[in-house]
Ligand binder design. Structure first.
Ligand code: NA7
Length: 864
């Protein structure tokens, strides 16, 4: 029994599983920091992936200058890679060289596996049992087990019957394999298949490739590292490495800023040609919407198809080699040397498993079914069928956390991690490049180093502060998993049957495993967590416990990225410039946004406002036959900025979705026209529209109000004024992020004061331009202050979590409801004041507009 710890239990500070690049560096760091550490490794030497995957053609698919350690300055100088993409033996030699140089092997126990790991809550340590029957107690248990280390069990019937030789690319014989004169089958056309097929074809008498899904592959153009690249690297190695750490995928590369659909076909073709010629995975994405927009993606996919058709002589074979069931870059693209050319060789055959599925592997070969059944005989079968990626190696160990919770059970619906580093319920268990971190979407070396350094610093922090355990909180973890899923869902990546999604392993939960946000952003997140006192972690020790619960990056990913871009653009705050300049800036910004959907018709006109003023309006008419109900719409812009056309995309979308006419009114603006001009214009416009419904193409009596921000203030005020004045009849009001109280004294005004575009200083500026402090308690300025809200039209009120105006909007919804007004109140998590109005940019807020449109429809034709 492990609980009865005897003298034969070895006590260590840390046990690391795996002596690949992650485990080796982790050992180096922890040893250096004075932790008594041991690595447990199943193989008989270091190298991990590069120890096992010895198939012919096995190479790195990231330039090896990039795929190398950056933590040892001497190593940077003393090691020179012979090729752009070093072969497996060279990379293995590099790993062995590092092990020798730093005398790592003395703390690595080879040919050993961890069989069981059990958390001891009282002793705050992991009790480990090896397959050698050895017991180890360690405070920290670190899995450096690799993302692609657990080969997939071949899910091909009869795989064990074959009497010829079977090989797995993931466990290739050390002495190599001589295929000369042999009839060879290769099952699988992922990276391993694509790298090995051309070389196996060189030796084999016959080669038959069994393809389930064709992949996108670029020519590697292997050879010496390009002079320019080497010079860039050597000029300032530290700067180069730093650029890698801050990049998207861990290799310095320009961030694409242009859409594939913005440039001409010729320009696009030239860009794709260059990408093809470059032969670098890290430099392949040159347009910012390739991974987001199917139409953009299609342009590069077609380019790739054309390349394949140019190389492969038999058009039928070429067609089979062109991937059509997934978008490019939604599966890991491959790099090859003469892969497509191999299919021009007479002794190489491609079997399409969709038309000729494998019925069974037999004693002599492979039986195919489908339309053309065949019995094929082979001397050797190569399984290049991939891995149970990212989670396979972790859940294969019997790991029991707090209260005996099995990791396998905790992850039965997919991995639950905070940052891909730790999992709640499993204190002091770390994963290097675990699911939920950039890992396989990045240059692994960069991600490995960042995790190792994070773990080492964390362990030192615990030691220095008298804590003996660390664990993520449930909230932090749940929201990290949510953040990762939401980020992935913005892209096309989850649409493919990929191992990123767990779809290659029958029965595996289908969730997107790596973090798509990029290594630079991810590193910033990790650093911020530490700076914020280990946000989302509980640290525990004999002298006390610190649990700084909270959520990192609670803003929805598309909004978050947009806020980052806005910050990078560095425009001055509106309130820091004169009004005319602020208006020009707002107009300029508006032009940068997508236009919104097509509607039936857009008509500009004028209508009479209050005090003899003439107001411009823009009418959006649905494409369906009229007449339609009408919504009088008031734009946002703090009574100072904007116009009847400034909320164009929002109005188009709402018009289309609600099948109602929207009339956007250019009410008079401050500071030229201060309170109550805009409010009075609201009522005047509503009256005029009601009176002229028929000539506008509307249905008389079918009028609702809508507005956003200050425009929602005018809508709310107009509804109140219409009630007091006895008309016009208003059937409903949609208030998006309304400003309803000039007091500006709420928690959200303080909590969301900065950083979410509408800032509290800007809101103050707006109010100051619009309304004297003495007037702000007047319900015509602050509709929340009205004494009697009863009898107002039904309302839909939308408030957003990260809007300074959130709380006043919530208060207005509650006050309306208390007064007996039917209210739909939508409190939108993770969004800001701008989210809903940025049509086709903040896609995660699109559902809000749909709900607004539904509410609008209900005003006109209530559903019971
Ligand atoms: P991959 O990329 O998972 O490729 C495995 C291939 O094997 C892929 O073409 C699979 O088709 C195919 N496969 C898997 N199971 C079967 C069965 N049962 N029948 C037929 N074909 C099958 O693994 P790799 O080792 O090539 O590469 C892994 C990573 O290593 C790579 O991305 C680089 O990062 C390095 P499928 O696509 O699932 O239809």
């Amino acid at each position: 029994m492990e609980e009865q710890i005897s003298d034969s239990v070895e006590e260590l500070d840390a046990v690391i599983v795996g002596a690949g690049f992650a485990g080796m560096y982790q050992l180096y760091r922890l040893r250096e920091a004075g932790f008594k550490t041991r690595v447990i490794e199943a193989a008989d030497d270091v190298g991990g992936t590069w120890y096992w995957n010895r198939y012919p053609g096995a190479r790195c698919d990231i330039l090896t200058v990039d795929y190398s350690y950056s933590w040892d300055p001497e190593l940077e100088k003393e090691w020179t890679w012979s090729e752009r993409y070093a072969t497996q033996p060279e990379i293995l030699r590099y790993a062995q060289h590092v092990a020798d140089k730093h005398d790592l092997r003395r703390d690595i126990q080879f040919q050993t596996r961890i069989k069981r790991a059990k958390w001891d809550e009282d002793a705050k340590r992991w009790n480990l049992l090896t397959d050698q029957g050895q017991k180890i107690a360690a405070r920290f248990y670190i899995m450096a087990t690799g993302c692609l280390s657990m080969p997939k069990v071949p899910d091909v019937p009869g795989a064990d019957q074959f009497e010829g030789a079977s090989y797995f690319t993931s466990g290739w014989p050390h002495e190599g394999v001589d295929f000369s004169g042999k009839r060879v089958a290769v099952i699988g056309t992922g990276s391993s298949g694509i790298q090995s097929i051309p070389l196996i074809a060189e030796d084999a008498a016959q080669l038959t490739v069994f393809q389930r899904t064709p992949n996108f592959s670029f020519p590697a153009h292997n050879g010496p590292v390009a002079e320019a690249r080497l010079a860039e690297y050597q000029r300032d190695v530290n700067a180069y490495r730093q650029a890698a750490r801050e990049s998207l995928i861990g290799v310095p590369a320009d961030k694409p800023s242009v859409s594939a659909l913005e440039v001409s076909e010729e320009e696009r073709a030239a860009v794709y040609e260059k990408v093809w010629e470059t032969g670098e995975l890290a430099q392949q994405i040159k347009f910012n919407d390739i991974q987001l927009n199917p139409e953009a993606n299609e342009t590069q996919r077609q380019f790739m198809h054309n390349k394949v058709r140019q190389i492969v002589e038999d058009p039928k074979i070429a067609d089979l080699l062109c991937p059509t069931n997934h978008y490019i870059f939604t599966k890991r693209p491959c790099l090859d040397t003469n892969y497509y050319q191999t299919f021009n060789k007479p002794h190489v055959r491609l079997v399409d498993l969709h038309t000729q599925p494998i019925v069974s592997i037999t004693r002599a070969g492979i039986d195919l079914g489908g339309d053309e059944p065949e019995e094929l005989e082979f001397d050797a079968i190569v399984f290049a069928t991939g891995f149970d990626a990212m989670t396979g190696a972790i859940v294969s160990v019997d790991i029991a956390g707090r209260d005996g919770l099995a990791l396998r059970d905790a992850w039965s619906d997919g991995p639950q991690t905070y940052l891909g580093l730790m999992s709640a319920g499993f204190p002091n268990l770390f994963m290097i490049t675990g699911p939920g971190s950039p890992s396989v979407l990045s240059n692994m070396m960069v991600s490995i180093e960042q995790h190792v350094e994070f773990i080492t610093d964390t362990l030192k922090h615990l030691r220095d502060h008298g804590y003996d355990s660390i664990e993520p909180t449930a909230l932090a973890q749940d929201r990290w998993v949510q953040h990762g899923n939401e980020f992935a869902d913005l892209t096309l990546l989850p649409t493919a049957n990929s191992w990123y999604m767990g779809r290659n392993v029958p029965g595996k939960p289908q969730v997107f495993l790596p973090y798509v946000g990029g290594v630079g952003r991810y590193r910033e997140i990790c650093d911020e967590i530490v700076d914020r006192d280990f946000l989302g972690f509980t640290l525990d020790g004999p002298e006390g416990r610190q649990s700084n619960d909270g959520v990192i990056r609670p803003v929805k990913p598309d909004m978050m990225v947009t806020l980052e871009l806005i910050e990078e653009a560095g425009a001055p705050p509106f309130e820091s410039v004169p009004v005319a300049e602020a208006r020009a800036m707002a107009e300029g910004m508006g032009e940068m946004f997508p236009p919104g959907p097509e509607v039936g018709e857009i008509v500009d006109g004028t209508l009479p406002g209050a005090d003899g003023s003439e107001l411009e309006y823009r009418l959006y008419r649905p494409a369906s036959p009229g007449p339609h109900p009408i919504v009088a719409y008031f734009h946002g812009g703090g009574w100072v900025l904007g116009s009847h056309s400034s909320d164009d995309p929002l109005c188009r979308d709402l018009c289309k979705q609600s099948n109602a006419i929207f009339v956007s009114i250019n009410y008079r603006h401050a500071p030229e026209h201060r309170f109550p001009a805009a409010a009075d214009d609201g009522l005047a416009a509503a009256r005029w529209i009601a009176a002229h419904a028929e000539e506008l193409g509307g249905i008389p009596g079918q009028l609702a109000l809508a507005g956003w921000s200050a425009g929602a203030n005018i809508a709310a005020v107009t509804a109140q004024q219409a009630k007091l004045a006895g008309g016009p009849d208003i059937l409903g009001q949609v208030l998006l992020n309304p400003s309803v109280d000039g007091a500006m004294d709420t928690r959200s005004i303080r909590d969301n004061a900065e950083g979410y575009t509408l800032t509290t200083p800007l809101m103050t500026w707006f109010w100051d331009h619009y309304c004297d402090p003495s007037d702000r308690s007047n319900p015509k300025a602050s509709p929340l202050r009205a004494e009697d809200l009863s009898g107002l039209p039904p309302a839909m009120v939308i408030t957003c979590e990260f809007d300074p105006l959130r709380d006043e909007g919530d208060a207005y919804a509650a006050a309306l409801s208390n007064a007996g007004v039917p209210v739909r109140h939508l409190q939108v998590e993770g969004h800001t004041h701008m989210s809903v109005s940025w049509v086709d940019v903040i896609v995660s807020a699109a559902f809000v507009r749909t709900e607004m449109a539904e509410a609008t429809k209900d005003f006109f034709a209530p559903r019971h």
